[in-house]
Design a protein around this ligand. Structure first.
Ligand SMILES: [Zn+2]
Length: 409
């Protein structure tokens, strides 16, 4: 009786949370599902100097095109995407300093997009904070929305970026760290367009296990909040408690936390080095990243069973893009149990469930059609509180482990 009541409560919570109909910031521009390679413009790495102010984009994860000083307290930077048309995820990143303390106004103007991200500031490229809201606004008066920020400069370098900088090297360090766990291994399953490694984190203590969970993330370079979530999710699977140990003893989790290392390092808005949205390539597999990962998963799973698959992304608000409930998975009811567990564990968190079919060429559809897995696109809001992101993801990982351990073998 109690569990029925809980389920009814959860259904009421879930039923009230759909926000379909909102106009998404993200959209598919014409041609995005044609995934043969398209030309891109490689970022020109360079330094600028204006009367004591220094600026550089010469590092991985940066994006800043032209920069001009209108006068000594106003700079105008221009930001272009790797190619266009493109989804509006207007990434920017640069370092700035001044020989003497001063404040400057910096205006970012965009081609083929509008300002999207609240600027994040860092003294060292590792610890980040959102800019003081009083020092930032979006100027909507022009044809394209510009970002205007006031920056307090000193001789210490200030990092300015759309989101925290989590590049290929960040992922390599993190993967090596968590991969040091006795129940984890790290390997290279393939290579990106530029030949960078696509790294697999393989979690589980039973080599012969035939039950799998598949996790991918960061197909879209600016989607750093999705990376915060995937990191928390995978770290929870490696925790030293009974739940995680039992889960690792039964299931193998195959995770590719960084699907698009070229795009991330070159500060792309959306695409890989082939100029393509990787999450529209899960039908034709024209790009090396999607091809390598899908081939590996199919080969590795073999005659086994994939029970749960998630692809972590970011958008303007938290939303779980699940599959329509009339599509039968190999673990019936799992997705509703999972969503209900999160709703019940975090009563002040709005669980946004947005189910759809599996006709589009995205990873979620491929996971379902290939394995009949419970599959979702796990979207995290751009400006969602970082501690909240980790909390939701940990609760999601715990629910998944508990529910999958309850599935009859
Ligand atoms: Zn995305």
């Amino acid at each position: 009786m109690r569990s029925l009541l809980l389920l009814a409560l959860a259904a009421a919570v879930l039923g009230g949370c759909g926000r379909r109909g909102a106009v998404p910031l993200s959209y598919d521009p014409p041609g995005s599902t044609i995934t043969t390679s398209k030309p891109i413009t490689k970022p020109a790495r360079r330094d600028w100097s204006f009367g004591g102010i220094g600026v550089t984009n010469s590092y991985d994860g940066a994006r800043l095109g032209a920069l001009e000083a209108v006068h000594d307290t106003l700079l105008i930077g221009s930001i272009r995407p790797e190619n266009a048309p493109i989804n509006n995820s207007a990434w920017f990143g640069f370092k700035i300093w001044s020989s003497a303390p001063r404040s400057v106004w910096l205006r970012l103007e965009y081609t083929a997009g509008d300002h999207r991200y609240v600027p994040k500031l860092s003294p060292d490229g590792r610890t980040w904070e959102s800019i003081d809201p009083a020092s930032f606004r979006i100027d909507t008066t022009g044809e394209r929305q510009a970002g205007v920020m006031r920056l307090e400069l000193s001789s210490d370098t200030l990092w300015v970026s759309g989101q925290e900088r989590m590049t290929r090297h960040w992922f390599a360090d993190w993967t090596n760290l968590v991969g040091g766990h006795p129940d984890a291994t790290v390997s290279e399953l393939g290579q990106s367009t530029y030949g960078k490694p696509l790294r697999l984190l393989d979690i589980g203590s039973d080599e012969s296990s035939k039950e799998f969970v598949l996790i991918i993330s960061r197909q879209h370079p600016p989607e750093v909040t999705g990376s915060h979530a995937v990191v928390a999710f995978l770290e929870r699977l490696l925790q030293e408690d009974r739940l995680a140990r039992e889960f690792r003893a039964r299931y193998r989790t195959l995770a590719v936390p960084l699907m698009n290392p070229d795009g991330v390092d070159d500060g792309h808005w959306r695409h890989n080095a082939g100029g393509v949205d990787l999450n529209r390539d899960w039908l034709t597999f024209n790009q090396p990243e999607t091809r390598a990962v899908s081939d590996y998963f199919v080969d590795r799973v073999g005659s086994g069973t994939v029970r749960f698959a998630a692809d972590f992304h970011s958008t303007q608000e938290d939303v779980f893009y699940t599959t329509s409930r009339n599509l039968k998975t190999n673990t019936p009811g799992l997705i509703d149990q999972w969503l209900a567990d999160i709703a019940l564990a975090l009563p002040d968190y709005v669980v946004n469930d947005d189910p759809s079919g599996v006709d589009s060429p995205v990873s979620k559809a491929w996971f379902y059609k290939t394995f009949r897995a419970t599959a979702l696109t796990y979207e995290v809001g751009d400006e969602q509180d970082r501690a909240r992101i980790r909390e939701v993801s940990r609760v999601g990982a715990e629910s998944m482990m508990r529910r999958l351990l309850a599935v009859p073998r």
